[in-house]
Ligand binder design. Structure first.
Ligand code: 3E9
Ligand code: MG
Ligand code: MG
Ligand code: MG
Ligand code: MG
Ligand code: MG
Length: 365
């Protein structure tokens, strides 16, 4: 049986890059997974073949090596939770049971010295991650990381309620859930730590800056849904993915859902580039670094998504592209008709994207 869908090259205006130490980072992450025995033996054997070290090396191509390693170990740990607990385990069908387990893990992250879950591999791995987050981050960044972990956990409980009922959320609800359940927001504080700077709250919490981060999460998770659809749709049991949501919402087939999802991510990608360019005009050096970090996160996820064995699955090959393209399939500046995010487009002046003749254009990225 061939792949159900052939995914065409997707749009990327961001150049590729990878940290030169990616091979060493890969080896260390495999050793870390073994040391803490993350996931079942079977899950761990799979995870260490997925190039998670290289993924992190693409997200932080110029980052401090120790923080790239921290990110890689953390992403592997997140898959220990997301695959091991949510998608492949019984807890994923039990929102209440999952809530209790995740709350205890949060307590471990917040107070590693607390005497709970002392023999639990995911908890011990999390203690190690927390100590490294504190070492490379400030108090404020550590608190951000904990809050983001909480919002990720909250969203996977929502996902578990759909899984337990076998229901498919509306596109707007799915979009809201997906801003968090791809764990993208938990990576954001590590983008700062990787380059040894701290974005100040007055900039980070500006609506437009928060929106830029959400746009990055949207593109990264839509891309993941597009590239992981083959893996997910062939897995046993329930799966939630934007292609499934679009088919359900609009009564369309998989090919049309794929075209629609690509157009949506292209529209948001275009908006992200325009908004980033506008924000740079009055940005601090830290905000400029942060915007670059978001861009690397998007591009790194794209490059990893089309090459990782996690998604290419050579034994049952997915129809993934081997290249990207330079132009969007949909270059409209109109808002997407998704209530939870359509306000993003209000952050920029309407128009055809041609910079005004005098000043305030968004052409100087
Ligand atoms: C992603 O969604 C689940 C996250 C917990 C994976 C950990 C990765 C990151 C924090 C970086 C963001 C990258 C992404 C979204 C790939 P999903 O659909 O369960 O991932 P899957 O790999 O199973 O398709
Ligand atoms: Mg998931
Ligand atoms: Mg998954
Ligand atoms: Mg510190
Ligand atoms: Mg938010
Ligand atoms: Mg996926």
């Amino acid at each position: 049986m061939g792949p159900e869908l052939i995914v065409p090259p997707t749009y990327s205006p961001i150049p590729p890059a990878i940290h030169p130490r990616h091979e060493a980072i890969e080896i260390r992450t495999t050793a870390w997974a073994e040391r803490f025995a993350i996931g079942s033996d079977e899950l761990r054997e799979r995870l260490v073949t997925h190039g998670i070290g290289a993924f992190s090396a693409r997200i932080l191509p110029e980052g401090q090596e120790e923080v790239v390693s921290l990110l890689a170990d953390f992403v592997l740990w997140l898959f220990g939770v997301d695959d091991g607990y949510c998608e492949e385990g019984d807890l994923g069908c039990s929102p209440g049971g999952l809530t209790a387990v995740l709350h205890r893990l949060l307590r471990v992250a917040q107070n590693p010295e607390a005497q709970l879950l002392r023999a639990d591999p995911l908890a011990e791995g999390l203690r190690d991650l927390r100590s490294r987050v504190s070492r490379y981050g400030t108090e404020g960044q550590t608190a951000r990381w904990l809050d983001a972990l909480r919002e990720y956990f909250f969203s996977v409980v929502w996902e578990a309620s759909h899984r337990s009922e076998g229901t498919v959320p509306s596109l707007s609800d799915y979009t809201l859930m997906r801003l968090y359940d791809g764990a993208t927001s938990v990576v954001l504080p590590i983008l700062e730590m990787g380059h040894g700077y701290e974005l100040q709250p007055y900039e980070r919490d500006r609506t437009a800056v928060r929106a830029a981060a959400e746009m990055a999460s949207f593109v990264i998770t839509w891309d993941n849904d597009i590239f992981s659809h083959h893996k997910e749709s062939r897995s046993e049991g329930y799966y939630l993915n934007v292609l499934r949501v679009l088919q359900h919402e609009h009564g369309i087939g998989p090919d049309q859902a794929l075209t629609t999802a690509i157009a949506q991510r292209d529209r948001v990608m275009t908006l992200f580039m325009r908004l980033s360019a506008q924000l740079r005009h009055e940005a601090s050096p830290q905000l400029r670094q942060y915007l670059n970090g978001l861009a690397s996160f998007i591009r790194g996820s794209q490059d990893w998504g089309i090459t990782s064995l996690r998604y290419t699955t050579p034994d049952d090959p997915a129809g993934l592209p081997t290249t990207l393209r330079e132009t969007p399939t949909d270059d409209s500046h109109e808002p997407l008709d998704i209530p939870v995010i359509s306000w993003w487009w209000d952050l920029l002046p309407a128009g055809d994207g041609t910079p005004p003749r005098c000043g305030n254009g968004d052409a100087s990225a």
